[in-house]
Design a protein around this ligand. Structure first.
Ligand SMILES: [Zn+2]
Length: 404
């Protein structure tokens, strides 16, 4: 990338520094729990208009969407703007919705996961419009997605499937501590249901106990977890029994129903088919008629839009020399003087873009993943400034990488 472009963009971002910091502060001060994002979405849509975006609106699901340019290469920046709740037992040293700044750090719910990227994307867009007006070799969508904490992937699934916006490349604003993240383990939920025959406890030989049918399956699942093999760079998958429930006509009868709920994390090579097959093999080993099923995740967005999605969120990862990862590494070098790649431990909206639709996706943002959802969330403001430089330059690096 020409140095002239870089210098122009970075000095424009520098001159927006105070606006950037007050914008992130405002985003933290607007409480936006999952499903309660109306106020923050309306704020973001209005701001993008004020910043000169070519288009800004909220879509049918309630996501905030802004657009800049009309070029052939379509890039989407996505930051989810909902947060998990602040609970009474959490111990906050700073008020969670104060956006307080102490010694160059901001504190509050969402300063890691993941409002800073939204502020950075918006200021990057403002700067791009100021400098380039209407002359872009790309189309840039800036998305503030909603309800991600309840349904990772669904907000972007909606944009691609129902709003018919199909980006060529996606940059996520989940925390990466200014590294280029290029994948994540997938996850899914499953249920196994065993049925039996109830009988009076005094005549238990006449019944078939569903709990006894489930017991060896549970024991095998515990063993299976230890057998799962790690795969680079995502590590190993896991399987966890998260709930067990049973039914009997009374507490003095044989249980005729037993169900377990499972959380399964998937590494490379593991998917819905392999996971279900693995469980069916266990069931078969015990000549059991227990059934495996995948539950749905359901909910309603702040706009009243209902959704239902199979609880399957595929694994995804891109190679270091993939053109998108490469463009991001080059941008990182230009913006912060270094470039490192990594992967997330947790799940992101990439399960829809990369996992479901196969659209190349990466992440770059300030903040440490392990502080997400905790009262220790903190943002180094200078890191947000660096990330904003990255966001302003990235579309140009991406375009030049695919053109050459
Ligand atoms: Zn997040």
């Amino acid at each position: 990338m020409e140095n002239k472009v870089k210098e122009k963009l970075f000095s424009a971002v520098e001159s927006e520094k105070e606006n950037l910091f007050s914008l992130i502060q405002r985003l933290i001060q607007i409480r936006s729990y999952s499903g309660e994002e109306k106020e923050i979405v309306e704020f973001i849509v209005a701001k993008m208009k004020e910043f000169g975006f070519d288009e800004s609106y909220h879509d049918g699901f309630g996501n905030a969407i802004g657009r800049i340019g009309n070029g052939p290469i379509k890039i989407m920046f996505d930051a989810h703007i909902d947060t998990v709740k602040v609970t009474e037992t959490e111990n906050w040293a700073h008020p969670p919705f104060g956006g307080e700044i102490v010694n160059g750090k901001m504190y509050g719910r969402g300063v890691v996961d993941e409002k800073p990227a939204m502020a950075g994307f918006m200021i990057a867009g403002k700067v791009l419009k100021q400098i380039y007006g209407n002359n872009f070799p790309f189309t840039l969508y800036v998305v503030g997605s909603v309800l991600e904490e309840d349904a990772d992937g669904y907000p972007l699934y909606h944009i691609i499937q129902n709003e018919k916006i199909k980006p060529d490349y996606v940059v996520l604003g989940e925390p990466t501590d200014l590294k280029v993240y290029r994948g994540q383990r997938g996850r899914m939920e499953l249920k196994i249901t065993a049925t039996g025959k109830s009988a009076h406890g005094a005549h238990n030989q006449k019944g078939i106990n569903a709990i006894y049918k489930m017991a060896p399956i549970v024991a095998e699942i515990e063993k299976l977890d230890k057998k799962l093999k790690p795969k680079k760079p995502l590590g190993k998958g896991s399987i966890t029994v998260s709930q067990i429930s049973s039914k009997a006509p009374s507490t003095c009868s044989v249980a005729d129903y037993c169900q377990i709920h499972l959380d399964r994390r998937m590494t490379i090579g593991e998917n819905k088919n392999t996971v279900v097959k693995e469980l069916k093999a266990i069931i078969k080993k015990y000549k059991s008629d227990a059934k495996v099923s995948i539950p749905n995740v359901e909910g309603t967005s702040w706009k009243g839009t209902e959704f239902s999605q199979e609880a399957y969120f595929p694994t995804w990862v891109y190679d270091e020399n993939h053109p998108l990862v490469d463009a991001a590494m080059k941008t990182s070098k230009a913006a912060i003087g270094k470039a490192k790649s990594g992967v997330w431990s947790f799940s992101t909206n990439g399960v829809a873009t990369a996992g479901h639709f196969g659209i190349p996706t990466i992440g770059f943002a300030p903040g440490k993943e392990e502080l997400a959802h905790s009262s220790k969330e903190e943002l180094i403001l200078n890191d947000l400034l660096k990330a904003t430089k990255f966001y302003s330059l990235f579309p140009f690096e991406m375009v030049s990488n695919v053109e050459h």
